[in-house]
Design a protein around this ligand. Structure first.
Ligand code: GTB
Length: 217
């Protein structure tokens, strides 16, 4: 039986691949692991059957045999450790690639998510005009630092790894992506990730879900 992941039944991003099932789909494609998808509604995500899988009532989840996982980082690390393709064989290089996964999730994604949330939820608040530049500066600081580290390299540390998969996924989020034209090496890095056949297959699959639900197929 192939593993099963969960994804939004009705993705609010209209198939742009911005929800976190996209990164798990991409990882599954990179390692050549076929999978099933169970679509969940917002209501079902907060009901006991889904909460038993995901204590915070979110997507994505991953089930394989007796194993159930939540957290996109944990799922991708599990996939990358069990199959070739996303982590180098050399133990030191492997540890560094995992370090980049954590950097993407813990250091780069949080200021991007905070800016995104503020732009979505607080735009009409009296403090927005003062807060928005500060949040943009926090994102820019991380992009400055990441851009300096990447330099002209193709990937963050040698060959493409789960660290790059996670970083590209994080940089695609609109509150970071809209600043990427100021960082040509990061924009090219994201484009390289998106050009990978595994990414393309994952993107097409999640778009097909949106199109089927919206009757646009
Ligand atoms: N840390 C967890 C992980 O990495 O797996 C975070 C999981 C998470 O935030 N899941 C979101 C969710 O289930 C979907 S990805 N939210 C529903 C809820 O909390 O009730 C976040 C997301 C949602 C939608 C868009 N979009 O439409 O653009 C982008 C990102």
């Amino acid at each position: 039986m192939p593993p099963t992941i969960t994804a939004f039944e009705a993705a609010p991003d209209r198939g742009r691949g911005l929800a976190r099932d996209m990164r798990v789909r991409w990882a599954l494609e990179e390692v050549g692991q076929p999978y099933d998808v169970r679509l969940v509604s917002f209501a079902a995500m907060k009901q006991p059957p889904h909460l038993a899988l995901h204590p915070f009532g979110q997507i994505p989840t991953f089930e394989a045999g007796g194993l159930a996982l939540f957290e996109s980082g944990a799922i991708i690390l599990h996939l990358a450790e069990g199959r070739p393709g996303l982590l180098p064989a050399d133990p030191d290089a492997r540890a560094r690639a995992i370090g980049w996964m954590f950097a993407a999730l813990n250091t780069v994604e949080p200021p991007i998510v905070e800016r995104e949330q503020t732009m979505l939820i607080e735009r009409d608040k009296p403090w927005y005009a003062e807060r928005a530049p500060m949040l943009e500066a926090r994102v820019r600081r991380r992009l400055d630092e990441l851009s300096a580290r990447l330099g002209p390299a193709e990937w963050l540390d040698g060959a493409f790894s789960a660290g790059d998969l996670m970083m590209v996924s994080v940089l695609r989020r609109p509150a970071g992506a809209e600043l990427l034209p100021d960082y040509p090496n990061l924009a090219a890095y994201v484009a390289r990730g998106e050009a990978r056949p595994a990414y393309q297959r994952a993107f097409a699959d999640q778009l097909a879900v949106f199109q089927a639900v919206a009757g646009e197929g």
